[in-house]
Design a protein around this ligand. Structure first.
Ligand code: HEM
Length: 427
């Protein structure tokens, strides 16, 4: 690790952010909010201040759906590096003098055109509507297979919600079955640091995870070069053999982690919404079409990715504010999804809402989530089949939330399959 910060620097950063948050700063408020606190109340406080709210930490924050959408589609705004986005200490990973590729930081998610366009195009064929249609049956098989393994009492997150997307993405990439278990650990470690590295412990975990991932993917790439199969890694190494090692490792890593760390939360947030809205359980279990609307409404009301950030590449005017070059704008996707100017009665969970798909849970513009279609299928099939199999599914003890502010979902969600309904202790 070349740029280890001192404990004092981590401490100073945390204190600064918490201090600003105490005084109602919107950016610091997001960064400092405890994982078990409902962030939506804080988003509404920001909304009450206006569409473009200035943070004393040198950023603007917007909860407006119209502004979020227009920024995401405006090529004068760029994505920046992981370190700038996190506003945390710079994290550079070096092992034995060699750069360790970070599957998020070094991927096309964090690139601007033309590199972004070049790399995104390479994997696009795996996400066309036709390719997704071909995968639907196998997703159904995977879901039923995991349901078959469940006992009366189980943890939704570790035994179901994370297993399904891990299996789906592992099949797509061509990852051998015996490596899937370790992804859950790697995924949590990466997801925890997506909104910044705030301690030495996190930095050490992140480093260990990324080194392990690099070692693992190097072996897989080598294997597929010599023995290609019908999967994405084989496709990249055989059809695009001019791709650099860094691009290959980062692109496959991005798909792997973006592909399951988000969808697991969609499924667990969906289970929570079903518990909070018991009248939705019967139609969810009966109708695959209702399940599609249900998933859309979960994405709108409790999205797995809560915000994103863009930087203007030049001085420009935005919603009456003059933005200097490089001033970050935090786009509060989760708040935009509750914008009352777009969504009538925005706090109501209504799986039949006609314009739910106008949510920004998958972002918009050139970085629009490449896996949106895949995760919509996974979410709808998983939730439909789960409640069809267990119509009396009920909470079985307190749930725990993930620590990240960027990624919202459950860390642990104990349930009982055949219990009469109990009340739910969640925020
Ligand atoms: C519910 C599940 C998911 C959610 C909520 C989600 C959310 C997002 C969001 C918000 C972005 C854009 C971030 C930004 O604009 O800064 C994004 C990008 C991306 N997502 Fe997803 N995602 C999900 C599932 C998936 C899946 C299943 C895959 C792949 C198999 C995937 C792969 C990607 C990739 C590769 C990008 C980068 C796109 C680009 O930069 O052009 N995601 N996702």
């Amino acid at each position: 690790m070349s740029t280890l910060k001192t404990t004092a620097q981590f401490f100073a950063l945390r204190t600064l952010v918490r201090g600003y948050a105490l005084f109602g700063d919107p950016y610091a408020g997001v960064m400092a909010s405890p994982p078990d606190r409902d962030p939506y109340a804080m988003y509404e406080k920001v909304r009450a201040k206006g569409d473009m709210v200035r943070s004393r930490m040198g950023a603007y924050v917007t909860p407006s759906r119209a502004i979020c959408d227009s920024v995401l589609r405006d090529n004068r705004f760029l994505v920046a590096t992981f370190d700038e986005a996190s506003m945390g200490p710079k994290v550079e990973l070096i092992d034995n003098g060699e750069k360790i590729v970070n599957p998020v930081q070094d991927s096309f998610l964090m690139m601007n055109p033309p590199n972004h366009t070049r790399l995104r195009k390479l994997v696009q064929p795996f996400f066309t509507p036709r390719a997704l249609k071909d995968r639907t049956e196998s997703i159904q098989r995977i879901v039923r297979n995991y349901l078959d393994r469940l006992d009366d009492r189980f943890d939704v997150v570790s035994e179901f919600a994370s297993q399904v997307p891990i299996q789906v993405i592992a099949d797509l990439l061509g990852v051998p079955d015996d490596h899937k278990e370790i992804f859950a650990r790697w995924g949590s470690s990466l997801a925890e640091t997506l909104d910044g590295v705030w301690s030495h412990k996190q930095l050490k975990n992140l480093h260990a995870t990324i080194v392990e991932y690099n070692d693992f993917i190097d072996v897989l790439i080598d294997e597929r070069r010599h023995n290609p199969q019908d999967d994405l890694v084989s496709y990249l190494v055989t059809q695009h053999d001019d791709l650099s090692r860094e691009d290959l490792v980062a692109t496959t890593g991005l798909l792997l982690f973006a592909g399951f760390e988000t969808t697991v939360n969609l499924i667990s947030n969906g289970v929570l919404k079903a518990f909070e809205n018991p009248h939705t359980v019967a139609p969810l279990a009966q109708s695959p079409e209702y399940a599609e609307g249900f998933v859309e409404e979960v994405l709108r009301l409790d999205p797995p990715v809560q915000y994103t950030i863009r930087w203007p590449k030049e001085r420009l005017e935005l919603a009456g504010v003059s933005l200097p070059k490089g001033m970050p704008v935090m786009l509060m996707l989760a708040a935009a999804n509750r914008d009352p100017r777009v969504f009538a009665d925005p706090l109501k969970f209504d799986p039949t809402r006609s314009n739910a798909r106008e949510h920004l849970a998958f972002s918009a513009g050139i970085h629009y989530c490449i896996g949106a279609g895949l995760s919509r299928i996974e979410g709808a099939v998983a939730l439909h089949e789960l409640f069809k199999r267990f119509p009396n599914l009920a909470p079985d003890g307190p749930m725990a939330r993930r620590k990240s502010k960027l990624i919202r979902g459950a860390l642990r969600l104990p349930v009982r399959a055949n219990e009469t309904k109990r009340s739910l202790a969640v925020n």
